[in-house]
Design a protein around this ligand. Structure first.
Ligand SMILES: [Zn+2]
Ligand SMILES: [Zn+2]
Length: 351
């Protein structure tokens, strides 16, 4: 049986030729059937916020339905939930880039759940499977699934972005997340995903209504800070699966198609430095090169200072140097454990 540790740290298999259109046939994946009801729910979660997002700009323009309170609430909820995904679901729960105190662990699980991207156990299982089979047979969302022609890649991009959510199979949790399945707190948070989704959608409306003391304030806050915010973050997260496995720079050697995409860095909290992430999956900072903005890494740095997280796996110069692609000389950024200081003191130099 594959352990979660294998799933987190294993490099991707060599880039395989285009996968057959039914790659779920791998018996070793032990996939579980997905129910019709949950696929309908996924459809609602995808469609309703997306329609809100598409309607947002013309409505706001015509009816002046955007207050400064709406902007504040949207930004705050986007920050909390986006970091819940980047720092929590991804770097902590999937890859163990750092250890966390129990209250902070629970807070990260709740913050990530509020992003409405599925229960933590489901999210982590899918993502560990993605790393194990990246861009090869078994990857739940590779844009290269249908081949390399422009037609196949166009279809693959749509599939990697959103189509895979409607798949008939579910990643086996016993196989991919035995560590978190054994954790009572995380099982509890994962089980309460529906309640947390409801809270994520209603809290902005409640706060907006009380803040402006008006029904209109509640409604516009619900529209912007709930629907539009959820839709926008959905598409940013999904862009990591689609865009960051198709376009961008290969600054580190990987055996899959992961790439670094700079224009998505701020919106994705640093998750779009995806090429480095596949080259060194447990590294706490993904934008390791000088000037690469990585908000989630800075938040981990802050949480470490506050004593909420510890044993952080900061970038390691010795480890990363051997993984640079030929001809790339850009310097490594802050938070990196340098070779010289490590050799002298046995500890990394942090800013
Ligand atoms: Zn990952
Ligand atoms: Zn990836």
């Amino acid at each position: 049986m594959t352990t979660s540790a294998d799933a987190v740290t294993a490099g991707s298999p060599a880039l395989a030729p285009p996968m057959p259109t039914r790659p779920a046939a791998r018996p070793d994946l032990e996939l579980e059937p997905e129910s019709f009801g949950s696929r309908v729910l996924v459809g609602l979660f995808v469609a309703v916020p997306l329609l809100a997002l598409l309607a947002a700009i013309p409505l706001a323009w015509i009816w002046h339905l955007l207050s400064w309170q709406d902007i504040v609430l949207t930004v705050v909820f986007y920050e909390i939930t986006g970091n819940g995904i980047a720092m929590g679901f991804h770097r902590y729960f999937t890859h163990g880039s750092f250890k966390a105190t129990r209250p902070f662990k629970i807070a990260l699980a709740i913050a990530g759940s509020l992003a409405v991207e599925g229960p933590v156990l489901v999210w982590v299982a899918d993502h560990r499977r993605h790393h194990k089979y990246s861009d090869a047979e078994g990857d739940p969302h590779s844009p290269w699934r249908f081949g390399t022609s422009w037609k196949a890649l166009t279809k693959g991009l749509v599939f990697a972005h959103v189509g895979w959510l409607f798949g008939l199979d579910r990643t086996n949790q016993e196989k991919f997340v035995p560590d978190w399945l054994a954790d009572r707190d995380i099982r509890m948070v994962s089980r309460h995903f529906t309640a947390l989704t409801t809270a994520s959608l209603l809290a902005p409306a409640l706060i907006g209504g009380l803040w402006t003391w008006s029904w209109q304030g509640a409604l516009t806050a619900f529209f912007w800070a709930s629907l539009v915010r959820v839709a926008f973050l959905h598409h940013v997260t999904w862009s990591i699966n689609s865009i960051c496995h198709t376009f961008g720079k290969e600054e580190f050697d990987v055996r899959d198609k992961s790439r670094n995409v700079n224009w998505l860095a701020i919106l994705s909290f640093g998750e779009s430095w995806h090429n480095l992430h596949h080259a060194d999956p447990t590294c706490a900072r993904h934008g390791v090169l000088k000037g690469q903005i990585d908000i989630a890494a800075r938040c981990i740095w802050l949480a470490e200072k506050l004593g909420w997280v510890y044993d952080v796996r900061w970038p390691d110069e010795a480890r990363l140097t051997g993984r640079r692609t030929a001809g790339r000389t850009r310097r490594l950024g802050s938070m990196t454990r340098r070779v010289i200081s490590s050799a002298r003191s046995g500890a990394g130099r942090l800013p």
